[in-house]
Write a new protein. Structure first.
Length: 124
């Protein structure tokens, strides 16, 4: 009986660890998405105000934030991964350009924000 109890507890504990691991991936993605959404909001305000220095400061942060969880998205949400990548790279490039094209970078940033919101809904 003692062996059976020990085995049941071990299986239960192992299952809990596996389930906790699954949730931590969603939590990691959700945290990353929230950080990126805050950054796209800052970027949007800088674009609207025409503050090129702020755009150049904020835009590149998106790449570091994305790299912290992109592999999890690539593995679990391939379509959304590709959608985010489609808008992320040009948004960053636009933020680093010598001349600010408010319309183009604003549109790209809005599309990136929409893709991130879509991912956020899927991970909750």
């Amino acid at each position: 009986m003692k062996k059976l109890t020990t085995m049941v507890l071990a299986i239960g504990f192992g299952s809990a660890l596996v389930l906790a691991g699954c949730n931590s991936t969603n939590s990691k993605v959700s945290d990353g998405v929230n950080k990126m959404l805050a950054t796209t909001e800052q970027l949007s305000k800088a674009i609207e105000s025409g503050d090129q220095a702020k755009v150049k400061e904020v835009g590149p942060k998106l790449e570091d934030q994305w790299s912290s969880f992109e592999e999890d998205v690539k593995k679990d949400n391939k379509d959304l991964y590709e959608k985010i990548e489609k808008y992320l790279d040009p948004t960053i490039a636009g933020s680093e350009a010598s001349t600010l094209d408010k319309d183009a970078i604003g549109t790209l940033n809005d599309q990136l924000t929409d893709a991130l919101k879509e991912l956020d809904k899927k991970t909750k």
